[in-house]
Write a protein that binds this ligand. Structure first.
Ligand code: COA
Length: 388
């Protein structure tokens, strides 16, 4: 039978999940059966964390317990803060986040067999601590001291508080909370798959999340939001959108924040983020980011359709992430870290789901190197090391 190689695993089913369902043709995303169209305006990020980790939306008591746990676990071990103080101030925020998350494993309580205590405990610990790492590095690289987390604020509100030292306006807190809800899970995307592959070897939760963070970094995945922001800064004004799109496509480049492997219509998360970007823009007052993004999306659709009328390249989640996070005053090179602060809910839940019914993930590859041949002793090798 001929071997079929699926280079990007497109359409290949490698597992199952109860956590989220991406229906790319109709543009629907559900978490454990709840549509994000219902969750985004109604549920907080903490409720979604509970839904993903424990399987159901919390009642009031369960939500209070989870919020207390998250609040109690936000602080970082002192040596990790010190380590950040010694990192070059030019270090990229994602490199710092990945390194410090890996470092958290060193401070996690271990049992007599050298294993970390309870995977759920580690999962909540990571959900709680990721924003603290991002905010601490944000301040340290600006030459400021980190602000201690507050247990009484939400994940979103506390992050903004730790960055600025001020409790944020409710519109700003809501915007970031909605962003975290929308980013919380997305089935077997590249970083989640990396987490599940790592967990399948029976590596611990910290190692699995470190792998996920590494996979998130590139601009075909979580790095796209930073790239989309960079685009907005290059476009500069709403009027220049169409010319920018034409120049970019004529160079053979892509419009960042447009297109998706799964969605063949507009990403449903983009609609909520667009509305949030518009609201924030009005709140901020003199912001141009929403207008530029809006005109760039229209121009992209127009020009892409001229080139290929049946194309399915629409705005994805990262496109309107850019104006939302920019209007929250978050620097463009931190956007991927913010993505991680939302996706940590899904990553940790996927790791727990993988471990609950584990099988080592180990695919095959075809071999297309040289045929097997004899070993050549060093003195008999050609100048370039070839066999002859
Ligand atoms: N801008 C312009 N053209 C694009 C495009 C974009 N953002 N995304 C895809 N295309 C074009 C490709 O050039 C290709 O054209 P061709 O058939 O003429 O060669 C065609 O669409 C299919 O592209 P392909 O890379 O095979 O699709 P994919 O399913 O692998 O793409 C992405 C998915 C996300 C990798 C791709 O859309 C992309 O690179 N987007 C920009 C980065 C981004 O926003 N990533 C975040 C995703 S959430």
């Amino acid at each position: 039978m001929p071997t079929v190689v699926d280079r990007g695993l497109e359409g290949v089913v490698v597992g199952s999940t109860q956590l989220s369902n991406v229906e790319g043709v109709v543009g629907r995303l559900t978490y454990r059966g709840y549509d994000i169209d219902d969750l985004a305006p109604n549920a907080t990020f903490e409720e979604v964390v509970h839904l993903l980790l424990y399987g159901h939306l919390p009642n009031r008591h369960e939500l209070e317990v989870l919020k207390r746990e998250l609040g109690a676990r936000r602080s970082l071990p002192e040596p990790l803060i010190n380590a950040m103080q010694n990192v070059p101030k030019t270090a990229w925020p994602m490199d710092v986040l990945r390194t410090i998350v890996s470092g958290l494993a060193l401070f996690s309580p271990v049992n007599a067999h050298g294993e970390h205590l309870s995977d759920v405990h580690s999962a909540i610990e990571l959900v709680a601590k990721l924003p603290t790492i991002v905010a601490a590095w944000d301040r340290i690289r600006r030459g400021l001291n980190p602000v201690d987390p507050r247990a009484d604020l939400s994940q979103a509100g506390n992050f903004l508080y730790m960055r600025s030292g001020k409790v944020p306006h409710v519109i700003e807190e809501d915007a970031l909370d909605t962003y975290f809800v929308l980013l919380a899970d997305h089935s077997y995307n590249a970083s989640t798959f990396a987490a599940r592959v790592t967990a399948s070897t029976r590596a611990d939760v910290y190692a699995s999340i470190t792998a996920a963070l590494a996979a998130l970094q590139g601009d075909l995945h979580g790095g796209a939001a930073s790239a989309a922001y960079h685009t907005l800064t290059e476009v500069k004004s709403a009027e220049r959108g169409e010319q920018y799109v034409r120049d970019t496509l004529n160079r053979g480049d892509r419009i960042m924040g447009m297109g998706h492997r799964e969605y063949k219509v507009r990403d449903p998360r983009a609609r909520h983020l667009e509305a949030m970007a518009k609201k924030l823009s009005a709140h901020v007052g003199n912001s141009k980011w929403y207008d530029i993004a809006r005109s760039l999306e229209d121009a992209s659709r127009k020009v892409l359709q001229e080139k290929k009328p049946d194309n399915t390249i629409y705005a994805n989640v990262d496109f309107y992430t850019a104006p939302v996070l920019a209007d929250l005053d978050i620097p463009g090179d931190e956007f991927t870290c913010l993505f991680a602060c939302g996706r940590i809910a899904g990553w940790t839940s996927h790791v727990l789901e993988q471990l609950a019914d584990n099988r080592l993930i180990r695919p095959q590859a075809t071999y297309d190197g040289p045929p097997a041949g004899p070993y050549v002793p060093i003195d008999k090798r050609a100048a370039n090391g070839a066999r002859s």
